[in-house]
Every structure is written in structure tokens, then in C-alpha cells.
Design a protein around this ligand. Structure first.
Ligand code: PGA
Length: 267
């Protein structure tokens, strides 16, 4: 029912020649897979959105940005709008990534992430909304509360009318780039919680039947130290619909290995 999505978050990696070489490998492998059974996307740094669009011309692989600024236009030096990203042909935008919430320069709060999500939807981009708890929050038993709060805050007044309007990525902060992935059980528990909360949040904003239908079709990706050798087990969980992949998306062989694991898990 939900086609798995495997999205590569390149972060601030790969110069253009390296990106083109990687995309060449991905096109060779991914475009030969059965159509419609798995979706694959890459998210390059902003200056490469347009060259990546060209390099992916005619491919089934889609692409997205890693961030946007919520204002439509104006005096915002250094920022990139949702419409600009869409204009480059992007389909996705990663929002609320933990590196932006917790580690980069001026930190992003939930209100800012909500403004960005609404700007993305307004421009026709599908947000890949990242949520996740820190290790301290997990250890004090606050995981569910943190996920509920982040999800609800991001979706205030957001126009989510179908399962295609949103992707959620559960990314426990303690698992990102650490080599320590969540266990399949931990991932499933968090994903099931997020799906139930999504249904409640959307029902609170409108028709409960429609909310149920949307929540059951929104894809919830797992992200945090996914590798070809742990992907199959994580993706086999019923509420895990693919992955958001950082380090392992930078090499053709490992990213393709993860895409194949998603395809196999989809049955
Ligand atoms: P990682 O990053 O796969 O390198 O842990 C995941 C992410 O940050 O989206």
C-alpha cells in the first residue's frame, strides 16, 4: 500500500564532479529496478539542485533540497525560497533535520519548522519532516512526548490533504552519524506512535475518516546509521516505509544496497 522511499541526504558533501559520478552509478542501477515498487531520491546541497536536475533528466530518481527559507522573496541574504527550489525541478525538501535543530549556527525551533513546512506545501514541494529525540530524552522516557510535540508543532495550519503531501522521517538524534542505529523494535514503536499521532492531529483539524486514510498512506522513513547490512531488518517493520540515509548515501554501492533492501522488504 505504501511504496517505500529511500532518500539520500548528502548534507554538505560531494563536489559537482563527484555528485555526477555518483548519479551515473545510481541511474545505472536504480533505473533497472521494477518501476513503482520503490522510490529513490537524493538531496544535494542547494548550489547543485539545478545540475542534479539535469543529471537526472529522464531518470526515475527524484531530488530535493535540504532546507529552505519560509519567506516568499525579499531581503534575506543567503537564503533560498521554496519557489526557487521548486523552480529547479525539486520534488522534496528535508525540514527539521536534527543538525539544523541542534548543531548548526542559529538553531531552528518548532515554530520556524512549521513556517517552513507551510511554505514548502505552498510551493508544491513535499516536506520530509524530521523528528527525533536526543539520548537524554530517550533515557528519561520522554521519546513519545518529544515526537508528539515536534509532529504537532510542525503541522499547525499545514495543508495536508493526501498521503502524498508529507513524508515523516523518524531520526533519533543519538543514531545520526554515530554508527549506532535504533533497533528494529525501537524504530517500529516510534513509527507506530507517529502514525497514530498523525491521525489524531489531522482528525483534530478536520474529518476523522479522511485523517485515517491520510495517516495510513503517509510514508514514515527511518534515519540514523542505516547501512546495507542493517537496512533489511529495519525496513521489514510494518510502519517503516524506507529510509533517510546520510553517510551511506554518498557511495553508489552502499546506497544501492539499501535501495535493494527496501525493495525486498516491500515484497
Ligand atoms: P546517517 O545520517 O545515515 O549518516 O546516520 C542520517 C541523516 O542525517 O539523515
Amino acid at each position: 500500500m505504501r511504496v517505500p522511499l529511500v532518500a539520500g541526504n548528502w548534507k554538505m558533501n560531494l563536489l559537482l564532479a563527484e555528485a555526477r559520478a555518483l548519479l551515473g552509478v545510481l541511474r545505472d542501477e536504480v533505473d533497472r529496478l521494477p518501476r513503482g515498487r520503490v522510490e529513490v531520491a537524493v538531496c544535494p546541497a542547494a548550489p547543485y539542485l539545478f545540475p542534479v536536475a539535469k543529471a537526472l533528466d529522464g531518470s526515475s530518481i527524484s531530488f530535493g533540497a535540504q532546507n529552505l527559507y519560509h519567506e516568499p522573496a525579499g531581503a534575506f541574504t543567503g537564503e533560498v525560497s521554496a519557489a526557487m527550489i521548486r523552480d529547479c525541478g525539486a520534488r522534496w525538501v528535508i525540514l527539521g533535520h536534527s543538525e539544523r535543530r541542534h548543531t548548526i549556527g542559529h538553531l531552528e525551533d518548532d515554530r520556524m519548522i512549521n513556517l517552513k513546512l507551510r511554505a514548502a506545501r505552498g510551493a508544491g514541494l513535499t516536506p520530509i519532516l524530521c523528528v527525533g529525540e536526543t539520548l537524554a530524552e530517550r533515557e528519561r522516557g520522554a521519546t513519545d512526548d518529544v515526537l508528539t510535540f515536534q509532529l504537532r508543532a510542525a503541522l499547525v495550519n499545514a495543508p495536508i490533504q493526501s498521503g502524498q503531501d508529507l513524508v515523516i522521517a523518524y531520526e533519533p538524534v543519538w543514531a545520526i552519524g554515530t554508527g549506532r542505529n535504533a533497533t528494529p523494535d525501537q524504530a517500529q514503536t516510534a513509527h507506530a506512535h507517529l502514525r497514530a499521532e498523525l491521525r489524531r492531529t489531522l482528525a483534530g483539524a478536520g474529518d476523522p475518516t479522511a485523517a485515517g486514510a491520510i495517516a495510513s498512506t503517509v510514508r514514515i522513513l527511518y534515519g540514523g546509521s542505516v547501512k546495507p547490512d542493517n537496512a533489511a531488518e529495519i525496513f521489514s517493520q510494518p510502519d517503516v516505509d524506507g529510509g533517510l540515509i546520510g553517510g551511506a548515501s554518498l557511495k553508489g554501492a552502499s546506497f544501492v544496497g539499501i535501495v535493494r533492501a527496501a525493495l525486498a522488504a516491500a515484497g
